[in-house]
Ligand binder design. Structure first.
Ligand SMILES: [Fe+2]
Length: 300
């Protein structure tokens, strides 16, 4: 696997046009803005992953609106359902995502692209419920999916984070998961990253020794609140996009804000002509003062 850049977004909560989500948020327009931003990023992401709650209330119309909105994306997309979705209706409405089982079966999948980490979609959603559940059936499937590929860097996709995040009202809805799940992850060191959503905030955590990267929602966030006595509120702060950069073996994660029109300015003495020599000096061990001064750059 060569290096690869994966854009990670979540929880668009699309409602059918022209409705607003919770009568307030134009989640369709918000998703469209995020997709447009991803399209114009440089470097351009190679792949987009979307970790569930694709619609707010499942209906054929909502999924049709989702499909139309996603249609603007020219980059390959992998998605899975969340607790707001209907597996059967999703698979029927977006048939191009043919790794999703038809008929409402669990959306477990393994996607093996030569240019990417092994991508394992793991469905711990309980239809009609807010919380995730991992039992014998789920553990057996995951053990099999991970067991045959022990040397291949792997990214696990799921909707719910497998950890309590500290957002009190979300944690309250999630009973502890079976500890065998964490042990299973700990035994499979090839799982370098678990990407998920659900909590509508950008969060990082560790589970079974592996990093968990949670993407906020493209539509609306949950206000940051750790106090269980504080009633939860929606927040219309700017969404952000997670960028997972795989170098072939390991992965680092960035966060890009939605806006793209902020000003930027150059380092002293750094331009297209001076940069190659300055980079060479740094790689040879030059200190910052040897490189980032107009005088040194002029000498180079
Ligand atoms: Fe959500």
């Amino acid at each position: 696997m060569a290096s690869m850049l994966i854009a990670h977004i979540s929880d668009p909560h699309i409602v059918e046009q022209p409705k607003l989500c919770y009568d307030t948020v134009d989640t369709r327009a918000n998703l469209a803005r995020v997709l447009a931003r991803i399209e114009t990023m440089r470097p351009t992401p190679d792949l987009v992953v979307l970790t569930g709650d694709l619609v707010d209330e499942p209906s054929a119309e909502a999924y049709a609106t989702l499909r139309e909105t996603l249609g603007s994306l020219s980059i390959p997309l992998i998605l899975l359902p969340g607790n707001h979705d209907d597996r059967a209706l999703l698979a029927k409405s977006l048939p191009e995502h043919n790794y999703l089982p038809q008929g409402g079966g669990k959306a477990h999948f393994v996607i093996d692209r030569t240019d990417a980490p092994l991508i394992v979609g793991f469905d711990a959603v309980v239809p009609g419920c807010e919380h995730a559940f991992v039992g014998n059936e789920e553990l057996d499937w995951l053990a099999q999916a991970l067991g045959g590929n022990s040397s291949r860097p792997t990214m696990l996709m799921m909707h719910h984070p497998p950890v309590h995040t500290g957002l009190a009202f979300m944690d309250a809805m999630q009973p502890p998961l079976d500890p065998r799940f964490e042990s299973l992850i700990a035994r499979h060191r090839q799982v370098r990253l678990i990407v998920c959503g659900h909590v509508h905030r950008t969060i990082d955590a560790v589970f079974g020794g592996t990093r968990v990267a949670v993407s906020g929602s493209t539509g609306f966030q949950f206000e940051f609140a750790l106090d269980p006595n504080t009633p939860p509120r929606f927040s219309l702060e700017t969404p952000s996009i997670r960028l997972h950069h795989w170098n072939g073996e390991s992965v680092t994660s960035f966060t890009a804000p939605l806006a793209e029109n902020w000003p930027s300015f150059g380092f002293p003495g750094v331009n297209e002509a001076t940069w190659p020599e300055m980079m060479r000096r740094m790689r040879d061990g030059a200190s910052r003062n040897d490189v980032y001064t107009p005088e040194t750059a002029a000498e180079g």
